[in-house]
Write a protein that binds this ligand. Structure first.
Ligand code: DC
Length: 239
């Protein structure tokens, strides 16, 4: 498999999968180890949903062109943590920190709704391509390997059962001091899964040449070791 193409020689590694599969943690870890750029494409849909809610826009087809236009207007800045820091990526939009706000449950559902709109996806596509900068890009999302970077050097699809993903989210929230019922989380994950997998444009599915990893019974560091070996085997890094 070629690791780049003539149109854009910068190598991309894509990590797709449903919410809570651990793809974000894996992609960020990989980007840091490689010293490459990192794009959380789900954050772009979240940022847009959050901004649209603040502007009072509807999150459906009625407002499709306004939403697409808004996507082109936002000034988005991702701030990566220092290499050894336990903190995650910070997100600023038009100079305002919205890292925590875009993780609210209402924003998760809103992001999934607007992500089904073709004009919105088109606008976000242009934003995503701008992240492909030397020396390389690691990106996570739903359609990174199928639509956005079909010529990626390595495509991964990280999956886990809905029950396991709900458990992980439940633990994360509990550690942060908030108590949401496991049942409600599972219902929300299933609702989003259905919408993300069932939509007509760029549905969540593995690319035909993606390597599918089921992390249901695998700790994230084991997943990482397995993926790192794949990265080395493709000649993208030295062991
Ligand atoms: O990965 P996430 O949970 O932060 O993504 C939020 C929503 O954005 C998700 O429900 C579907 C949408 N999304 C998408 O449609 N395509 C992507 N590449 C990434 C996210």
């Amino acid at each position: 498999m070629t690791e780049s193409n003539a149109a854009n020689p910068v190598t991309v590694v894509t990590v797709d999968g449903p919410s809570g599969s651990g793809k974000g943690t894996l992609a960020l870890h990989l980007a840091r180890r490689l010293g490459w750029h990192y794009l959380d494409s789900g954050a772009l849909y979240r940022i847009l949903a959050h901004a649209a809610m603040a502007e009072g826009l509807l999150l459906g087809a009625e407002a499709e062109s306004e939403l697409a236009e808004l996507a082109g207007r936002l000034r988005i800045d991702f701030r990566l943590p220092e290499p050894e820091s336990p903190l995650g990526v910070r997100v600023e939009v038009d100079g305002v920190d919205c890292t925590d706000a875009i993780r609210a449950e209402s924003v998760s559902q809103g992001a999934s709704k607007i992500a089904a709109l073709p004009l919105v996806r088109q606008s976000v596509l242009a934003l995503q391509h701008r992240f492909r900068q030397p020396p390389g890009l690691v990106t996570d999302g739903r359609d990174m390997g199928t639509v956005v970077f079909p010529d990626a050097g390595l495509k991964l699809f990280l999956d886990a059962s809905a029950e396991e993903r709900a458990q992980r989210r439940h633990k994360q929230l509990k550690d942060k001091g908030s108590s949401v019922s496991l049942r409600a989380l599972l219902a929300s994950i299933r609702e989003r899964d259905e919408r993300d997998r069932g939509r007509a444009v760029a549905p969540l599915r593995p690319a035909p040449d993606a390597i599918v990893i089921d992390s249901t019974d695998m700790p994230i560091d084991e997943v990482f070791d397995m993926v790192w070996q794949l990265v080395v085997d493709r000649g993208l890094a030295q062991s």
